[in-house]
Design a protein around this ligand. Sequence first.
Ligand SMILES: Cc1ncc(COP(=O)(O)O)c(C=O)c1O
Length: 414
Amino acid sequence: MAASATPSWFDEIGAQPPIEVFEMNKAFLDDTDPIKVSLGIGAFRTEEGKPWVLPVVKQAEKAIVEDPAMNFEYLPILGLESFTNAATRMLVGADSAAWQEKRAFGVQSISGTGALRIAADFLSTVVPNITKIVYISNPTWENHRLLFLLAGFNEVREYRYWDAQKRGLDLQGLVEDLHAAPERSVVILHACAHNPTGVDPTQEQWKKIVEVVKERKLFPVLDSAYQGFASGDPDADAWAVRYFVSQGVEFVCAQSFAKNFGLYNQRVGNLTVVTNNAATIPNLKSQLTIVVRGNYSNPPAHGARIVSAVLNDPTLTEQWKGHIQTMSGRMKAMRGLLREKLEALKTPGSWKHLTDQIGMFAYTGLTVKQCQFLIDRHHIYLLKSGRINVCGISPKNVDHVSKAIYEAVTTIQE
Ligand SMILES: Cc1ncc(COP(=O)(O)O)c(C=O)c1O
């Protein structure tokens, strides 16, 4: 740092490393080569590589904006109730015991990240006897660690998840690690479409996970950022969450509407809380009110109004489900296309995992050096972990991408 004549409180502060995914997206935007491809940031793209505003979102937004009664008054601290109710119902299911017995409620949040932060603050400062140890999957969405540390957790431990050899779930490792966890630790589990691996437990595997969660008295924080993207059906994608409910396990679940409604920068989220005792809800709400009040006072309205309008109208909900099919269908098709091209080129190794994995991300198995080669040599931007957003692939760029991967794999062996 250059010396300044006037001393500053800030002289001694060093820099933090950049956030990879945002730094890479900037590098992609700054790249002037027309051949460039973005496989980095986790956002849906059309076949033309463009962002997609869901038609049902546009329609709902128009009605909201044109409503003469619309104003910009503050929302309640816990958010827009028609939204939090609809979000919670969409997650646990209208026929679930938790919903029927009024044991589930929602707190509106600043997208999925905000819901996780409310969860972390709540667990760290309100719920008694939590260990302040949080378990995250190895690998996971990189923000889990930071969020929980900033909320006052003392230790972040990883549980095994990805088996690099078989390019699938390491269930045995996962169960062993959770088995060894101190009682009353927190465990973050991805509800569906695991980021970054695209590998979810099967229903039988989930049953084993729930068993160990119960046995070790762990507190589950479920993270549902992609409901609908795994199978194309939001109800099917909520199976694991609903299984926790059916087993009487209490949990909180962070929901993001960034991806499945395409409302990335509107920051629409919900923290669903499921308790075994409905009588605790007024106290829980009062505590969560303090958590939110001390963080950002109250949430923004616009995106939540849009999601509420869609989820509370059966016709609009059906339209939205059609959009989910469109988006998840495109992801599936691009997985198949990339695999087909890589196999046609006789790219060394198996590429079956590309179509075995689900959701927005494929965990390619490419090494850090191979990824760097793709960025430097071919203007193909992806995370160093080898994670790609399959929405970045299109029939127009798939030949370029697959040939570049072929070249990376055949020239760089480490
Ligand atoms: C696993 C996971 N959780 C949570 C989020 C939160 O996203 P947002 O805050 O944009 O809703 C993401 C976004 O990429 C994610 O992948």
